[in-house]
Design a protein around this ligand. Structure first.
Ligand SMILES: C[S@@+](CC[C@H](N)C(=O)[O-])C[C@H]1O[C@@H](n2cnc3c(N)ncnc32)[C@H](O)[C@@H]1O
Length: 338
C-alpha cells in the first residue's frame, strides 16, 4: 500500500481523536523514515539479504540448475527482472510518476499540509517515494515499490530453487504488477508448471463490516475509485509483458467468496495486499493452511494497524511462531517452518 493508506484511516475516523492521533504519528514516522532511514538502509546489510533483495550471495540467486554457465544465465536473469521491476514501478520513465491525491476521498487537511511541507524539503528524493511504494502512481502497474518487488523476486527464486511445492497467489492485485513479477520470475527460471493466481474483486475494496471486523470500522477505502481496476486492464498489463497465458488464473470476486473453494490447494507463496482486517483475515484463513513448508507468506500492509492485527490474531490462534521479517517501512514476510 501507500503513504496515504494511513491517512485514509484518519479520514474514516474523523470523529475519533485516538485513531486520528495514531494516524498522525504513523504519517510522521513514514515521512521521517523517508529521509533518514532510507539513506542508511542502503548502507547497512538487511536482516535477510537474500529475501529483501539486497546483493544476495551468488550461490543463493541461482536457479534450480547449477554449473559454471549459470553465472552468466543468472546475470541475464537479473538484468531482465531488473528492467521488468523498473517498468512496473514506472521508474524507467520520466517524468517520475509520483503523486498522492488520487484516492478520491478527502484527506485530512492537516496531514496534507504536513506532507506538503515534507515534500518541499530540498533533500527530499521523489525517486525514493516511488522506489519505496509510498504513493498512488498514475501509470505504474504496481504501487508497492522496488524494495517489496525485490523481496518478492527473491522469495519466488527461492521456492523454485528449493522446489517448494505449490502455486503462487496475490490477494489484492490492483493493476497486477506484483503478480506480473511473479510470472516473470517463473519465466526467468524456466519453471514449467507453477500457476500464478490473481485474486481481486476488480472493483475495489469492500464496505467495512463493523460488526464482524471492528478493526475496519470507518474504513472508506471502498469509496476510492483509484483502487478499482478491471480484470481486463490487469489482463492487458500481463499481455504488455508477454506474460499472459493459461498459467495466469484470475479469481474475480470478494475474497470471502472466491477463496474458500481453494481449500487444500497447495501454495508455495501467498502475498496479501487487501489493506483491511477482513481482507487479510479472509486470505489467511482460506489459504495459509495449505502453504507448503518452506513457502512464504508476505503481507504488504503489515505496518498498517488493521492488517497487523489480523496477522497477530491469526498467528496467535494457530500457534504460528515463525519470525516475522520487515521488508521495508511497510511490508513484512515469514517463511513457513512447520
Ligand atoms: C492496495 S491494492 C493492491 C496493490 C497491488 N498488490 C500492487 O501490486 O500494486 C488493494 C487491492 O485489493 C483489492 N481488495 C481488497 N480487499 C478485497 C476483498 N475483500 N476482496 C476482493 N478484492 C479486495 C482491491 O480491489 C485492490 O485492487
Amino acid at each position: 500500500m501507500t503513504l496515504f493508506t494511513p491517512s485514509a484511516g484518519s479520514v474514516r475516523d474523523a470523529s475519533r481523536p485516538t485513531r486520528r492521533h495514531e494516524d498522525r504519528r504513523y504519517l510522521a514516522l513514514v515521512l521521517r523514515r523517508s529521509r533518514r532511514d532510507l539513506a542508511t538502509a542502503r548502507e547497512r546489510p538487511p536482516q535477510s539479504p537474500e529475501l529483501t533483495g539486497a546483493q544476495p550471495p551468488p550461490e543463493q540467486t541461482r536457479g534450480p540448475a547449477s554449473g559454471a554457465e549459470d553465472d552468466e544465465l543468472e546475470r541475464v536473469r537479473e538484468r531482465y527482472l531488473d528492467v521488468v521491476k523498473r517498468a512496473l514501478t514506472h521508474l524507467l520513465y520520466r517524468p517520475l510518476d509520483v503523486h498522492f491525491e488520487d484516492l478520491g476521498i478527502d484527506v485530512d487537511p492537516e496531514m496534507r499540509a504536513a506532507a506538503a511541507r515534507e515534500f518541499a524539503r530540498p533533500d527530499f528524493d521523489w525517486a525514493d517515494v516511488r522506489a519505496e511504494g509510498r504513493d498512488y502512481p498514475r501509470f505504474a502497474q504496481t504501487m508497492i515499490g522496488l524494495r517489496r518487488l525485490d523481496n518478492l523476486q527473491r522469495c519466488v527464486a527461492t521456492i523454485v530453487r528449493d522446489r517448494v511445492r505449490g502455486d503462487l497467489i496475490e490477494t489484492g492485485v490492483w493493476r497486477g504488477g506484483a503478480t506480473i513479477l511473479m510470472r516473470a520470475v517463473l519465466e526467468a527460471y524456466g519453471d514449467p508448471t507453477r500457476a500464478v493466481y490473481v485474486a481481486d474483486s476488480f472493483c475495489g475494496l469492500p464496505e467495512p463490516d463493523d460488526t464482524q471486523y471492528p478493526a475496519d470500522a470507518g474504513s472508506r477505502f471502498h469509496e476510492a475509485a483509484i483502487l478499482a481496476v478491471s480484470r481486463d486492464e490487469v489482463a492487458r498489463n500481463f499481455e504488455l509483458y508477454g506474460l499472459l497465458d493459461d498459467r495466469v488464473r484470475f479469481l474475480e470476486g470478494w475474497f470471502r467468496d472466491t477463496l474458500p473453494p481453494l481449500a487444500g490447494h497447495p501454495w508455495s507463496l501467498i502475498r496479501l495486499d487487501g489493506d483491511m482486517y477482513e481482507s487479510t483475515m479472509d486470505a489467511l484463513t482460506n489459504l495459509y493452511p495449505s502453504l507448503s513448508i518452506g513457502g512464504f507468506l508476505i503481507v504488504d500492509d503489515y505496518a498498517y494497524e488493521p492488517c497487523q492485527q489480523a496477522v497477530a490474531d491469526y498467528r496467535a490462534e494457530h500457534g504460528i511462531t515463525d519470525p516475522i521479517e520487515m521488508i521495508d517501512w511497510l511490508g513484512a514476510y515469514w517463511r513457513r517452518a512447520g
